[in-house]
Design a protein around this ligand. Structure first.
Ligand code: COA
Length: 415
């Protein structure tokens, strides 16, 4: 038995944000029925292809454990099938451009008429307001949600981050909203509308940066290393390079081999609780008692110099040696791991965080498994469906269509 067994999802999602959400629900046991346009399907099937005419890794890695049906939801008979799916399913998830579902004839009012228990969950770029009608992609959300203005170096331009906080981050928020709505429906018997806007989700993930915007109104952000050097950081949260910006200063330091290995770096945190251990380890035992070094507030104006000195030590060790030497001393640090290193890491394979999946057209490929581990709801990562792979099966088994009706839908190009 899986946590969401028995829950039927009408998965009307595409690209990344929506599919992230429904993939997670499918991993937790929901029956996820992905509806796609006949012929083309989700645009990502054909984007960033590495093998001609084969579903891209972009698609396969975001659509595991789903069943797929093709349906032209703009044709009359296609709309009828969609209506039956709405009546049958528990949750409809979509991330079309604003208004697309209404234009298709499936407004929230109509969906409620068809199925009052339906939970309708949407990703949109923005919530209600001046930009609510805009289409949005990942990096737009990173810019409008506060991430880009606070990422990068102080004297450089804003930067987007590799973590897909706009798309996958919003998908995760939406999944939580859906599960909560399913829980509430147990009490009320009613469905509800769930919205996760990408701007809101990114801002939620940048919560600590809004914290710092307010702190800077009352004085310098001394935990940022440049403030320690007397630089005026302006009147809002600045880009702060690799500063942790939190209560425990941190920075990325070079390790042995950095001259030729782009990832020979370690993130090193000078946690106050283990300051003595750090001083001994990096050969600066006098820092333990020296005036200006002994307590965290005294060190704030020297953060950069302290990290420069620690780096002289880390440069003599590989990033893994730094980790091995710091861990027994409780010094928090982490090697900068490349995708190659993560792909090859046996421990991640063992926990199912990195999984090899076999696909009938592309063969074996690596993917990221479910990052949530539950003791009573185990996840088996199953390959993504081919376009329309389960159309007949869903029409028959889920909606009760007869073979002749399916043939007629096919003849009219509705499926
Ligand atoms: N049958 C028939 N038509 C279908 C269909 C189907 N099975 N599935 C989708 N369509 C139609 C839609 O109804 C829409 O038609 P309309 O424009 O005439 O109303 C059309 O396909 C295109 O949908 P749209 O969502 O506008 O796609 P797009 O490629 O133009 O835009 C996004 C892509 C991602 C920018 C946009 O969907 C969006 O802003 N989504 C919300 C935010 C989001 O999730 N962004 C992140 C994506 S990772």
């Amino acid at each position: 038995m899986k946590a969401l067994e028995g829950v039927k999802i009408l998965d009307f999602t595409h690209v990344q944000s929506g599919p992230t959400c429904t993939q997670l629900l499918a991993w937790l046991g929901a029956d996820c029925i992905k509806v796609e346009r006949p012929g083309t399907g989700d645009a990502t099937r054909g984007q960033l292809r590495d093998i001609p005419d084969v579903d891209s890794l972009y698609f396969t890695m975001l659509n595991h454990n789903k069943r797929a049906i093709t349906l032209n939801t703009k044709s009359e008979s296609g709309k009828e099938v969609l209506e039956r799916l709405v009546k049958t399913c528990d949750v409809l998830v979509e991330n079309f451009a604003p208004g697309a579902l209404d234009r298709m004839g499936f407004s929230w009012e109509r969906i409620q008429e068809l199925n009052p228990r339906m939970i309708m969950a949407s990703v949109k770029g923005f919530g209600p307001g001046p930009y609510e009608d805009c289409k949005v992609y990942e990096n737009v959300a990173q810019c409008t949600g506060g991430s880009a203005s606070t990422t990068g170096f102080f004297d450089g331009p804003p930067l987007v981050t590799a973590a897909q906080i706009g798309d996958s981050g919003t998908g995760l928020h939406l999944a939580l909203g859906i599960v909560a709505a399913l829980f509430q429906r147990e009490q009320t018997g009613r469905g509800q509308k769930v919205l996760a806007a990408m701007q809101d989700s990114v801002l939620n993930l940048c919560r600590v940066k809004l914290r710092d915007h307010q702190r800077i109104q009352r004085g310098p952000l001394n935990e940022y290393s440049l403030a320690g050097k007397g630089v005026d950081l302006g009147d809002t949260t600045p880009r702060a390079g690799n500063d942790s910006g939190g209560g425990q200063p941190g920075w990325i330091l070079k390790c042995k081999g950095w001259e030729h290995d782009a990832n020979a770096y370690v993130y090193f945190i000078t946690q106050a609780a283990v300051w003595g251990n750090i001083c001994d380890l990096v050969g600066k035992p006098d820092w333990k008692t020296a005036p200006g070094y002994a307590s965290p507030p005294e060190r704030l104006d020297k953060i950069s110099d302290i990290f420069d000195a620690i780096e002289e030590w880390t440069k003599t060790k590989t990033k893994f040696e730094v980790m091995e030497l710091c861990n027994p001393l409780n010094i928090p640090c982490g090697p900068v791991l490349s995708m190659k290193e993560l792909a090859d890491e046996p421990a991640l394979r063992e926990t199912g965080t990195v999984v090899e999946v076999d696909h009938p057209e592309r063969g074996k490929y690596l993917t990221v498994g479910c990052p949530i581990k539950m003791s009573d709801s185990e996840v088996e990562v199953l390959r993504s469906p081919l376009l329309g792979e389960h159309t007949d099966e869903i029409l028959k088994d889920v909606l009760g269509y007869a073979d002749e009706e399916i043939a007629s839908l096919r003849a009219s190009k509705a499926i």
